[in-house]
Design a protein around this ligand. Structure first.
Ligand code: MRU
Length: 354
């Protein structure tokens, strides 16, 4: 395998060989250690999602699909109603792990529809259908990422400088990724990009994961702190910004990792195209605008302590730690999906996808 394949074939989430647990790469240990975790209980899966051991909207969806199937195998129910009751308990619990990425509830709802749509079948058969469905969610993500990467690549030229935020590569998805997918596909075709990866405070997905993936794939990557995006744009080093997404509203407003909207504002000022890349499963037509998107708030320790040798602020200092922000649709040049590239007005172009 060449370097690019080693990275694009990283399996950040899969079903265990005995088909009863979920195996993930613990993303909190990267880039220093590659450790795999086997998740078998509802608490294991919930905690892995909550603590970002598995993260990135599509990967969370895939993990939830495998997870709810493995938990369904453990249900001891007398009849269908008892099975459904236990299934829904697990579903509600997993769904509470992280609110912003729509892929979590999207995958869980998809799995639930298999159960409710087969109420006349034996539980053993329902379990078989659930297995097929979670494997399908994963397979579909592989082809969606490929298609998104193709469309995204059509927007770039060889030698371009690209700025990206957070991680939307193979670890967050399947194979190529979304926001960073075109970079891997382009490299495979002999193109050379100069990538600026925002470190992505406070959890450093850009430094720990994106810079790791790109470096290992032999792509020219330069790590910058989040507050350096302006200077690299002003220097003329960035020809396009590409990011992933956690939930896209019907009007194109896009929730993605905290700091994304600032990058989009800077890009607008410097006249640089700002592209959002993601599968249609991340578009939530029930959300009319970004105002309907629930933003996850996280612990102050992530800002004050995590990754520092000693605390960088007094314990009593208040923190505001939103995990995501919403980029206004009018800052987004295009939204790239597996079905094609959508341009403004997004209320029309996104609706046409469904
Ligand atoms: O909190 P995270 O690390 O799960 O946030 C991830 C992002 O914001 C990604 O950009 C997004 O999920 C797209 S992943 C293809």
């Amino acid at each position: 395998m060449n370097h690019i394949n080693e990275i694009t074939h990283i399996e950040s989430v899969r079903l265990s060989d005995d088909g009863r647990s979920v195996v993930i790469i613990d993303q909190t240990q990267l880039p220093n250690r590659t450790e795999y975790l086997t998740l078998s209980t509802a608490k294991d899966i919930w905690e892995a999602i909550y603590h970002l051991k598995v993260r990135g909207a599509p990967a969370i969806g895939i993990c939830a699909g495998y997870g709810i199937y493995c938990l369904a195998l453990q249900i001891k129910a007398e009849d269908y109603d008892g099975f459904l009751r236990e299934f829904r308990k697990n579903k509600e619990y997993l769904d509470s792990a992280r609110p912003t990425a729509v892929n979590l509830s999207w995958a869980l709802n998809r799995m639930e529809r298999i159960v409710t749509g087969n109420s006349d079948k034996k539980i053993t058969e329902i379990l078989e259908f659930l297995k097929e469905e979670c494997l399908k969610i994963h397979q579909e993500d592989i082809s969606m990422c490929r298609a998104i990467s193709e469309y995204g690549l059509s927007l770039l030229k060889d030698g371009d400088g690209i700025l990206t935020h957070c991680n939307a590569g193979p670890l967050a998805t399947s194979r190529y990724g979304t926001g960073q997918g075109p970079l891997f596909l382009g490299k495979e075709r002999g193109m050379n990009f100069h990538v600026f990866a925002d470190e992505t405070r406070p959890l450093l997905q850009g430094a720990r994961l994106t810079a790791y993936e790109l470096q290992k794939a032999g792509i020219d990557v330069t790590l910058i702190c989040d507050n350096m995006a302006g200077i690299v744009m002003k220097n003329g080093w960035v020809q396009a910004c590409m990011v992933g997404c956690d939930r896209v509203a019907a009007n194109g407003d896009t929730a993605n990792k905290i700091g994304t909207s600032g990058v989009a504002v800077l890009a607008k000022y410097y006249g640089i195209p700002f592209y959002v890349l993601g599968p249609t499963s991340t578009i939530d037509m029930e959300c009319k605008s970004g105002a309907d998107i629930h933003i996850e708030l996280r612990e102050p320790e992530e800002i004050k302590e995590k990754f520092f040798r000693e605390p960088v602020a007094l314990k009593e200092v208040k923190c505001y730690n939103p995990a995501f922000d919403v980029t206004d649709h009018n800052l987004i040049t295009a939204i790239v999906t597996e079905k094609g590239i959508c341009y403004p007005p997004y209320t029309e172009s996104l609706a046409k996808l469904f």
